[in-house]
Design a protein around this ligand. Structure first.
Ligand SMILES: NC(=O)c1ccc[n+]([C@@H]2O[C@H](COP(=O)([O-])OP(=O)(O)OC[C@H]3O[C@@H](n4cnc5c(N)ncnc54)[C@H](O)[C@@H]3O)[C@@H](O)[C@H]2O)c1
Ligand SMILES: [Zn+2]
Ligand SMILES: [Zn+2]
Length: 331
């Protein structure tokens, strides 16, 4: 019996590495993955810090995972050895939203690593419907971005971003940086706004962007504004930056109330799009973009560290100095 390890939170703040219990025998529709990489996401940090009201403890965190199928149930068509990304939000497939293809707003959706055990472990078992094969040519370092990037793909397709569209991205964390990368790839003229100069420096590494702190923004307006900070001040600023006839894509999440001015929204015919996660179609589109070597995202993975270095990795992720920090779960 080979010992494998997993990260675990008995309660907020008490993250530990422990020996994993033996996995149950596979059901016909399940696969067992040997995990390659796990990306640390803002929501993992919030589960760690006890900041998500619907999080359930004890819990194994993690939802951004790349792995390889090492065992497949009898009804699974993927062969052993297939490298896969994990689709980490369950959906029922039968509610009115799932029936219309909107599995991202399924009534019974459960996010892995928040409400049910996640995937920060060396081995995990999942239903095969939640794994998506990754093309052989795609490096692990790009493939680990599939999940967070699928969020961006779903969001940015709400508005028509093409060559010359002016796009402001408020918040340059992982989602903001991925939005910068995609908007640049689509030919947009991109401005990124963040309070953190380290994030602005990272955004500049992605290409020709204007990078500003919030107070440096003068009276510019933009065809499309992507709000990817999820804080009151950023959302309020984002609204002010939308050109008449333009759109704001609300990606950042907060439960705090914010001030909106109907006179501005109504008179200027501004559209606000809410956007939440993705569907399997967005995963497919994300894979297609990431499989194109001309799509430049390299600076978005800041470091890849062995899973045993999880404490420092979570501390670094909390520091706000880095883009994506990835745990390597291989021995
Ligand atoms: N809608 C979705 O499906 C979805 C999916 C993933 C994440 N999110 C949300 O999107 C937001 C961004 O996610 P992330 O993982 O990139 O988070 P992150 O913490 O990595 O990035 C947030 C960034 O916003 C910046 N920021 C803070 N205050 C600001 C301000 N006033 N003006 C400009 N920038 C400011 C921070 O410096 C940071 O760089 C979060 O609110 C997260 O919950 C939403
Ligand atoms: Zn994530
Ligand atoms: Zn459903």
């Amino acid at each position: 019996m080979i010992t494998t390890f997993e990260l675990y939170l008995d309660r907020p703040d008490e993250l530990k590495l422990r020996e994993a219990a033996p996995l149950p025998a596979l059901q016909a529709n399940e696969v067992k993955l040997k995990v390659i990489y796990g990306g640390i996401c803002g929501s993992d940090l919030r589960v760690y810090k006890g900041l998500i009201s619907y999080a359930k403890y004890p819990i194994r965190p993690g939802h951004e995972v790349l792995g390889v199928i090492v065992e497949a149930g009898s009804a699974v068509s993927y062969p052993v050895g297939t490298r896969v990304a994990v689709f980490p939000n369950t959906f029922c497939g039968t509610c009115e939203f799932c029936q219309s293809g909107k599995t991202n707003i399924c009534k019974h959706k459960q996010p892995l690593g928040v409400a049910i055990d996640g995937v920060f472990a060396q081995e995990v078992v999942l239903e095969a419907k939640y794994v998506v094969p990754v093309p052989d040519a795609m490096a692990n370092e790009r493939a680990i971005l599939i999940e967070p990037f699928a969020v961006t793909v779903h969001a940015l397709k709400k508005a028509n971003i093409t060559k010359g569209t002016t796009v402001a991205i408020v918040g340059g964390g992982t989602e903001g940086l991925l939005s910068v990368a995609l908007a640049l790839h689509l030919g947009a003229a991109v401005t990124v706004i963040d309070i953190n100069p380290a994030k602005l420096a990272l955004a500049k590494k992605l290409g020709n962007v204007a990078a500003l702190q919030p107070h440096e923004v003068k009276d510019q307006v933009f065809d499309v504004v992507v709000e990817a900070a999820g804080v009151k001040a950023a959302i309020e600023q984002a609204m002010q930056l939308v050109k008449p006839g333009g759109a704001m894509i609300a990606l950042g999440i907060t439960g705090d109330p914010v001030n909106l001015y109907p006179i501005h929204i109504v008179r200027s015919e501004i559209t606000i799009y809410g956007t939440i996660i993705y569907t399997l179609k967005d995963f497919a589109a994300a894979i297609q973009y990431l499989n194109d070597p001309a799509f430049y995202v390299d600076p978005i993975v800041s470091m890849i560290v062995p899973y045993t270095g999880y404490r420092q990795a979570f501390a670094d992720a909390l520091s706000g100095k880095y883009a994506k920090i990835v745990l390597d779960f291989q021995d």
